[in-house]
Design a protein around this ligand. Structure first.
Ligand code: ZN
Length: 504
């Protein structure tokens, strides 16, 4: 068989695996949205069965044979073309899987299953000790995983690379340290400011039926295509791709809080626009797949924050919101509304944090998990280390472990190296928005007129259509003409927040 035939077979096989995975995703989406409560047991069986089939295909020996046939020759290099990208990225995933001993995979799955149950109980009872032993085991297994996969400088690199291919501790640490040392005084100054955002405006009564209409309309205006996607309700909002023309996003509504569903919907719609902007012809293959979690998050944050929390956006959109909630918002001005949606204050819970303090929550987790995996911090000392960093960076301290070290599910699920992708998303979002603003000649004026298509198309061209042909950092560098840095994000936050809080 010549290499072209081998490649054709490999592509068909990988695409079929993706189709099988999309069946799994459909079942999981249904489970989160419409499945009746009693159906859980059979659904677990369906999911477990399909997951095993998907796993088997990903480690299939045939895949290894095709890849070794393609070891040298025209598809083997580091080229950016679609075929070479396919071979390079399929090989990367296959090699990562193959390096993991079967026993380690099983032990990790067991420890994380036990871990998540214990974590839920420990959080409920506010007792870290109920979860400590299993977390220790998970950390040990993740260290083994890093060793098995291999790394050059830091074991944490091997874990980070799973979510953000090509990113390393050495590249990320100085950027996050720079962000931290500029953010800490900015947030302290805001906390000391005598100006207060009128947050009560967001906690008035917003009937859910109107929230649904306005959220759907906003998602559609920024470019989420409802002919190729849906918006439904779940307890934990997410975005999932069920097929090349089927992107599902979800949200949740709270009658007495406007921001949760509105900005949550913009966020998930941003993820959805990325999925919808991928090239359908390459569905299930690396050129038609998102490049990294950090880049995915940049797309959601850009629409949620750079666009959705900007003054021009509200200049355009506030009259619509005010009309939808006429009796609730008749006495409210666009300026006070704009201040309210940009409220910044140190707080303990990451998922409720504002645009500015959010990054400190992530930096804390990045520093701690690096020390855990590197062996400099032991699990028993983790709660105190956590509390110390909250005191140092945010000037506040959790009253108990439930609102401290136990608040996130990630570590109990073995997701070490995942947190930094959230802040990477914010960094990329700020740099991409600036670059689009320069190239498109003034995004604020466009946004004030409700013109979002130029920005969406720019992102389609610079990011979405590229799939995995470049790594995320290179893609961002080509799109922005700059190296990854924290300056754009900091400029964005300062420019918006300094006038609101009257900082010098
Ligand atoms: Zn997200």
């Amino acid at each position: 068989m010549n290499q072209t035939e081998t490649l054709t077979q490999l592509k068909a096989f990988v695409r079929q695996s993706a189709t099988l995975e999309s069946v799994l995703a459909t079942l999981e989406w249904d489970q989160q949205t419409y499945m009746p409560d009693q159906a859980g047991e059979h659904r677990s069986e369906q999911v477990a069965m399909l997951a095993a089939m998907v796993h088997q295909r990903k480690t299939d020996a045939q895949l290894g044979e095709w890849l070794s046939n393609l070891d040298e020759g025209e598809f083997a290099g580091g080229d950016e073309n679609d075929d070479a990208t396919t071979v390079r990225m399929v090989r990367r995933a296959f090699e990562r899987q193959s390096k993991m001993p079967e026993s380690l995979v099983t032990n990790l799955a067991k420890a994380c299953s036990k871990g998540q149950q214990q974590w839920a109980r420990a959080r409920h009872e506010q007792r870290f000790d109920l979860f400590a032993d299993t977390l220790e085991e998970i950390v040990r297994l993740k260290q083994q995983q890093a060793d098995a996969i291999g790394f050059e400088a830091s074991p944490y690199d091997a874990l980070l690379d799973e979510y953000e291919p090509g990113m390393t501790v050495a590249k990320l640490t100085p950027i996050l340290a720079g962000l931290r040392s500029d953010l800490v005084p900015l947030i302290a100054a805001i906390a000391d400011s005598s100006c207060h955002a009128p947050v009560e405006l967001l906690h008035r009564i917003f009937p859910v039926a109107q929230q649904e209409v306005i959220g759907r309309q906003a998602a559609s205006e920024i470019g989420f295509d409802f002919e190729r996607g849906r918006l439904d309700v779940t307890h934990h909002p997410f975005c999932t791709e069920l097929g090349p023309d089927d992107t599902r996003i979800t949200t949740r509504y709270d009658e007495s809080f406007f921001s949760g569903s509105f900005f949550g919907t913009l966020h998930e719609a941003g993820h959805g626009i990325y999925q919808q902007g991928l090239r359908s012809a390459w569905y299930g293959l690396p050129p038609g797949t998102y490049v990294s979690l950090g880049m995915h998050e940049s797309q959601s944050r850009l629409w949620e924050n750079q666009v959705g929390r900007s003054q021009p956006f509200w200049q355009y959109y506030f009259p619509k919101v005010q009309a939808a909630f006429a009796s609730t918002l008749q006495d409210v001005t666009v300026d006070s509304w704009f201040f309210a949606v940009n409220h910044v204050a140190p707080s303990l819970i990451r998922v409720e944090a504002d645009e500015a303090t959010y990054n400190l929550h992530i930096i804390i987790r990045f520093e701690l998990e690096q020390s855990l995996i590197g062996g400099q911090l032991s699990v028993k000392d983790l709660p105190e280390a956590w509390n110390q960093k909250y005191r140092d960076y945010l000037g506040i301290e959790p009253a108990n472990d439930a609102e401290g070290v136990l608040q996130d599910v990630h570590w109990s699920a073995g997701l070490f190296g995942y947190f930094p992708t959230y802040t990477l998303g914010n960094l990329y979002a700020a740099q991409l928005f600036d670059a689009a603003d320069r190239e498109l000649g003034g995004l604020p004026a466009l946004m004030a007129q409700g013109e979002f298509t130029p920005l969406r198309d720019w992102l389609h061209e610079k990011i979405h259509r590229k799939g995995q042909t470049l790594d995320a950092a290179t893609m961002a560098r080509q799109a922005t003409g700059e190296e990854l840095s924290h300056q754009a994000l900091l400029r964005h936050l300062r420019a918006k927040l300094a006038p609101l809080y009257q900082l010098d």
